[in-house]
Design a protein around this ligand. Structure first.
Ligand SMILES: O=C(O)C(=O)C[C@H](O)C(=O)CO
Ligand SMILES: [Zn+2]
Length: 274
């Protein structure tokens, strides 16, 4: 497990490209037959990539977590990224996940394992109360598209773990997936920040040889990351988090912090971006 320490806005503003990528970009999350975990000090969110590739992989424990097992004081959201079915076993219960299906596991579950020829993206936050393990299928989330083809930002935001009706309930984790329609390339524009929450994006289904330019940083001191398929951008609470691709793509967004109100955002007028 690699431990990532966040930087201040002032330090971020003078970072080299290399340092910026080292601080805010996670790469190589999916390795066949492996589980890859990154610990951040951003609301102590943990990013995990699991690619079973033939034999089951257990959710292990890691010293930075400081507990006797991973979910002793944590919750986790899991999304199946591919069209191939995978299975997550929690204790004696088996959960089959199809494409863009989400499983939430609350604190206190000692034994979790992954199997199937697919890739599971997982985000964990500290938890102080037990919520029930629950599945929400991507196809069951019927949210209408937002945005406008004229602004190349037509997209569908599916919310899986959230406070409102129909959402999977959790301690602090909020999680969803946004899909850009063909011909649209902008996400989260106009930009926003939310000082109450960290946000972490996994960009995926970026076509080969295409990329996303991820805008980050303070609204009047923006920086950028060039992001390829299945790479993660870490967004501290003071940072915008907007992407523009060279083709349509998807991304999983996940938040942790002081509240779970998705709409609790501080909008940034596009004219004010620098
Ligand atoms: O495309 C979008 O807009 C999003 O998906 C926005 C994210 O969900 C987000 O930043 C929520 O705070
Ligand atoms: Zn946000």
């Amino acid at each position: 497990m690699k431990v990532h320490y966040s930087a201040s806005p002032d330090c971020t503003n003078v970072m080299s490209t290399e340092k910026l990528r080292e601080t805010y970009l996670l790469q190589n999350l999916f390795q066949p037959g492996q589980i890859v975990a990154h610990y951040t000090d951003l609301d102590r969110m943990i990013v995990v990539g699991v690619q079973p590739a033939g034999s089951p992989i257990k959710l292990g424990n890691y010293k930075p977590i400081g507990s006797s097992y991973f979910l002793e004081r944590r919750e986790i959201g899991i999304l199946n990224l591919t069209a191939k079915t995978g299975t997550v076993t929690v204790g004696s219960a088996k959960y089959e996940l199809g494409h863009l299906d989400c499983l939430y596991i609350g604190l206190g579950e000692k034994d979790v394992s992954f199997s199937g020829d697919t890739q599971f993206y997982c985000i964990s936050t500290p938890a102080h109360a037990k919520y029930p393990t629950a599945v929400l299928r991507g196809e069951d989330i019927k949210t209408p598209p937002i945005g406008d083809p004229a602004n190349a930002n037509r997209r569908v935001i599916r919310r899986y773990i959230h406070q409102k009706e129909g959402g999977i309930k959790s301690c602090q984790l909020v999680m969803g997936c946004t899909t850009l329609e063909t011909g649209s390339v902008w996400n989260t524009m106009p930009s926003h920040v939310h000082n109450r929450r960290t946000e972490i994006y996994l960009y995926f289904d970026i076509p080969q040889d295409q990329m996303v330019v991820h805008l980050m940083g303070e609204p009047d001191r923006t920086r950028h990351l060039t992001v390829r398929d299945r790479e993660v951008a870490l967004s501290p609470s003071w940072s915008i988090h907007t992407g523009v691709g060279t083709a349509a793509y998807r991304f999983v967004w996940a938040m942790g912090g002081d509240n779970q109100q998705y709409e609790d955002m501080d909008p940034v007028a596009t004219k004010d971006l620098r």
